[in-house]
Design a protein around this ligand. Structure first.
Ligand SMILES: CC(=O)SCCNC(=O)CCNC(=O)[C@H](O)C(C)(C)COP(=O)(O)OP(=O)(O)OC[C@H]1O[C@@H](n2cnc3c(N)ncnc32)[C@H](O)[C@@H]1OP(=O)(O)O
Ligand SMILES: O=CC(=O)O
Ligand SMILES: [Mg+2]
Length: 529
């Protein structure tokens, strides 16, 4: 099938039946307009990221910005939150797959973040069928028959929030004036064109989660895109609302500024813990003093994570903004009631800590965890939709607190093998089209897998990358473990005979042992799908 594209736009992918209803001339015209207007700024901001990374590699340490001290000191609040976003005690998340979209909307959660990012493998079909699924979900016509079950929406469903791809990702199948468009702009523009008015007519609105930003200037870019899109679609300014994930160490130093940039469009901040840990490893990978312990030992109560979580909460509530907690990677374990109880207790403790600290809600990975999380927030909030009125003047967080990277020990052979195993398993699933996978009874997505592969790279290079039995982690040690872990992965993965796992092992070996550090694992992987 062929479709008409705006002048200067080229689509290098198959247009399957139904795709033409998403890739309409008007929707593509919005993609082209936003690309032409904003792509140069995206490229400048990505270049600025690379320059900053070089300075950090050379020893510079982040601090609160002197140039924006007036914003931090100023007395301002974000615009009022729409009613549909007032109560977000439990937010379920998941990829834009049809069955999961229906299950998540029906899960009993207050809101549902549907994901083109960490939990999605961004192949062409996933991106476009995802848009089809969301169009049908917004209009409540979505249904499915699968495995002898009928899926359709309940009368009451969660509020829909969409996470487009981050600034680093392109949509390689769509070119404007010969250049790839931004994945984030592509996802955002198609969703807005097809759904914003319909959502408003149904009492909600176009709501987004914005991932992986590193500075308030990146938030300003999103804000300017919102303003232009609202003009183009004839929507009142301030209609779009966006929650920013604070999931990079550099953004943690600019939380006030990010809220300020988006103040007419803000729906608060979220503590995206997994990418945050990854970002810390990535930014300080060359620092001889930086070296985190086994992945399992780095938790929300680790000193640097605790400082970040409390600063986020305090900053949001001071500005009248919701503070939303992140996700425990624990998921229900159907095969083992005892282990299941431990996993559920872990989620319960995670939500209890967030609710008690003052968070207004938190994420869950699975419908089976909605009630548990809801109960913990209800215990603290009662019937209140949120606790934005809870101020935390007692919280004082310094740059040194945010950079207090402990624990450093233990680093174990089990922890090293775990990282290699998860890395290969996740990469293999991603190449095969699945961006979120249960591995060793935990939710694994692009953010958790980034921690695994970057720890291996860093342990090889850091003088502190020493196993507790005294052996230094080396490239040779990792290379020897890779085939052993690949064999284990192939045994347990449901599609273990898929050649994508062999390829994943090759990519993992290359990425973890090469001198250069890949900025995101999804960048080289994307060229393979
Ligand atoms: C770092 C971050 O960015 S966190 C945000 C990104 N991560 C996520 O969103 C996690 C999303 N979660 C998931 O993808 C899944 O829960 C997994 C992969 C972790 C586990 O999946 P599975 O092992 O297949 O779960 P399980 O078999 O228990 O599923 C049971 C049912 O729940 C459904 N389900 C599970 N998770 C979800 C979800 N997040 N949303 C909607 N439905 C879900 C399944 O589709 C299945 O439905 P069915 O009974 O109708 O067939
Ligand atoms: O996107 C969430 C995260 O933890 O990363
Ligand atoms: Mg993330």
């Amino acid at each position: 099938m062929t479709i008409a594209t705006p002048a200067g736009m080229e689509i290098r992918a198959e247009i399957k039946p139904g795709y033409d209803q998403i890739l309409t001339p008007e929707a593509l015209a919005l993609v082209a307009k936003l690309s032409r207007e904003f792509e140069p700024r995206r490229q400048q901001l990505l270049a600025a990221r690379a320059e900053r990374a070089q300075r950090i590699d050379a020893g510079e340490r982040p601090d609160f910005l002197p140039s924006t001290a007036h914003i931090r000191a100023g007395d301002w609040q974000i615009a009022p939150i729409p009613q549909a976003l007032e109560c977000r005690r439990v937010e379920i998340t998941g990829p834009v797959e049809r069955k999961m979209v229906i299950n998540a909307l029906n899960s009993g959660a207050d809101s549902y973040m549907t994901d083109f990012e960490d939990s999605n493998s961004p192949n062409w079909d996933n991106q476009i069928t995802g848009q089809i699924n969301l169009r049908d979900a917004v209009r409540r016509t979505i249904s499915l028959e699968q495995g002898g079950k009928q899926y359709k929406l309940n009368d009451k469903t969660a509020t829909l929030v969409v996470r487009p791809r981050g600034w680093h990702l392109d949509e390689k199948h769509v070119l404007v004036d010969g250049k790839r468009v931004s994945g984030g702009i592509f996802d955002f523009a198609l969703f807005m064109y097809h759904n914003a008015k319909e959502q408003l007519a149904r009492g909600a609105g176009p709501y987004f989660y914005l991932p992986k930003m590193e500075s308030h200037l990146e938030a300003r870019l999103w804000n300017d895109i919102f303003v232009t899109t609202q003009e183009e679609l004839g929507l009142p300014q301030g209609t779009i609302k966006a929650t920013v994930l604070i999931e990079t160490i550099l953004a943690a130093f600019e939380m006030d500024e990010i809220l300020y940039e988006l103040r007419e469009h803000s729906a608060g901040l979220n503590a995206g813990r997994w990418d945050y840990i990854f970002s810390c490893i990535k930014k300080f990978k060359l620092d001889k003093d930086f070296c985190l312990a086994d992945r399992a030992k780095v938790t929300m109560t680790s000193p640097f994570m605790r400082a970040y979580a409390l600063l986020l909460l305090k900053t949001c509530h001071k500005r009248g903004a919701p503070a939303i907690g992140g996700m425990s990677a624990l998921i229900p374990i159907k095969s083992d009631p005892v282990k299941n109880e431990t996993a559920v207790a872990g989620v319960r403790a995670d939500k209890a800590r967030d609710a008690t600290d003052g968070y207004d809600g938190g994420w869950v990975a699975h419908p089976g965890l909605v009630d548990v999380a809801m109960e913990e927030f209800r215990k603290v909030l009662g019937d209140k939709p949120n606790q934005i009125d809870k101020q935390r003047p007692d919280v004082q967080v310094t740059p040194a607190d945010l950079l207090d990277f402990r624990p450093e020990k233990p680093i174990t052979e089990d922890g090293l093998r775990y990282n290699i195993n998860v890395g290969i398993h996740y990469l293999g699933a991603w190449l095969a089209g699945n961006g979120c996978v249960p591995i060793h009874n935990l939710m694994e997505d692009a953010a958790t897998a980034e921690i695994s592969r970057s720890q291996v790279w860093q342990w090889i290079r850091s003088p502190k990358g020493v196993l507790e039995d005294g052996r230094k982690v080396t490239a040779e040690m990792v290379r020897a473990m890779i085939p052993e872990e690949l064999a284990k992965v192939k045994q347990v993965a449901p599609d273990g005979d898929n050649p994508s796992y062999e390829r994943a092992a090759q990519i993992f070996a290359q990425m973890s042992t090469s001198d250069s550090f890949a900025e995101f694992l999804t960048l080289p992987l994307y060229e393979e799908i």
